[in-house]
Ligand binder design. Structure first.
Ligand code: ZN
Length: 414
């Protein structure tokens, strides 16, 4: 399991000058290699050779770092070629619309170089307060060394233009899940029974789950209103001011506001995901079956508020990403399945003749009345069962599941 620790660095003035110089040269090297490779790609004779740049830069950034910069560029090109291959086979993930060759370490708007220093895994040492780097640099750091592991990876030191601060990102290979005691019902019998939880991801209800015959989820009301508040009260107002005062569209404050909005959102998502995973774990869930969230933008008519959130694709993608990472920590597997049609199909008789009104879902065929938010995850369960043994869940089970879902507010998990 790979995790990343992030630290804030507090270099002295002198140390900072060194960092700037190193970072400038790392970016120069990366960009020169990239330029040569792009040119060779366009002339249809791709050239991996980078010896020239290695010899040119090893004197200024050290041979280990020169090697890491080359490697970083290699990785970017390899994933570009991998995507090209997928595209040829028609297997490109739907959220990727365009495959383009790796870009430069350069801010698109300001044209400034992106400042990053790469340090090979065996060339740095982290102690309680100090980070020991090549070039006689020993820099004080602040933050939390949250993830401990046997193996530390390539350190990335980045300069953040917004806060004018340096951050170090240290990947570590962490051992498998923390040794939590197994839930009681898992101890009975010799064989560990497989238990699945069916999850529907959404906007108004970020997580809705069906497990143990019970449906529960989390309401996002406060999350949505917070998001909306930041959009209209903070961001839009500031944008107006910018336009009036100096006819500008970007400012540092605006970037900071966007970042803050994102952080607030992510904090809330983390709280929900943590609460959810603790419940799954306590129930002895071994696998979380999650609807694919690709169709979320098309799947329903949302109001203006929700739409504005959905169009920030990362927010929905982020919920899934956190879910997957958290599940990993608890030793729970996650699988994704195609959820097409799960909100417009009757979970009891599979009819498409349905009616939705506010939170009510009604089937015109079998007359099932259900809570609308519960339908999605029960259908995901049906799809999963059909994949495995060609059946649907019995009517009685479905009736019980869709009748009374319980929805927790964010307030109650915070
Ligand atoms: Zn029905």
């Amino acid at each position: 399991m790979r995790r990343t620790n992030t630290f804030k660095l507090s270099p002295t003035k002198e140390q900072e000058q060194k960092l700037f110089l190193l970072a400038e040269n790392c970016a120069r090297m990366f960009n020169e290699i990239n330029y040569k490779r792009r040119q060779s790609l366009f002339s249809k004779n791709f050239d991996w050779n980078t010896d020239f740049f290695y010899h040119k830069y090893k004197k200024v950034i050290g041979s280990a770092t020169a090697q890491q910069v080359t490697r970083k560029n290699n990785e970017a090109w390899k994933s570009f070629f991998a995507l090209l291959r997928l595209k040829k086979q028609g297997k490109l993930p739907k959220h990727i619309r365009k495959v383009s060759p790796p870009g430069y370490w350069k801010d698109r708007k300001t044209g400034k170089r992106v400042l990053t220093i790469l340090i090979r895994c065996n060339c740095y040492k982290l102690s309680d307060k100090r980070l020991k780097l090549p070039f006689n640099l020993e820099i004080n750091w602040k933050g939390q060394n949250k993830w401990k592991g046997k193996k530390q990876g390539r350190l990335e030191i980045r300069y953040d233009n917004l806060s004018k601060k340096w951050y170090a990102h240290m990947p570590v290979e962490v051992e498998k899940p923390p040794p939590l005691p197994p839930p009681l019902h898992q101890l009975k019998g010799d064989k560990k029974k497989k238990k699945e939880a069916y999850v529907d991801l959404g906007v108004k209800v970020p997580i809705m789950v069906w497990v143990d015959g019970e449906v529960f989820g989390y309401k996002a009301n406060s999350m949505l209103s917070d998001w909306w508040y930041w959009n209209t009260e903070k961001i839009a107002k500031h944008q107006e001011e910018l336009k009036k005062k100096n006819n500008k569209h970007v400012s540092k404050r605006l970037k900071a506001l966007y970042r803050k909005r994102k952080r607030r959102f992510r904090d809330k998502v983390n709280k929900i995901v943590k609460d959810f995973m603790e419940k799954c774990w306590a129930k002895g869930v071994s696998e979380i079956v999650c609807g694919d969230l690709r169709d979320i933008r098309k799947s329903a008519n949302f109001n203006k508020k929700s739409n504005s959130m959905i169009h920030n694709f990362w927010s929905v993608g982020h919920v899934y990403k956190r879910l997957k990472e958290k599940a990993e920590e608890y030793g729970i597997k996650t699988v994704r399945i195609d959820e097409r049609g799960t909100s417009s199909t009757c979970p009891r008789c599979s009819s498409k003749k349905i009616m939705r009104h506010k939170r009510l879902f009604k089937c015109k065929e079998c007359k099932l009345e259900a809570h609308r938010d519960a339908v999605g995850c029960v259908n995901i369960g049906n799809i999963r069962l059909a994949q495995e043994d060609g059946n649907m869940f019995p009517a009685g089970v479905v009736n019980g599941a869709v009748a009374r879902p319980s929805l927790a507010t964010l307030h109650s998990v915070a």
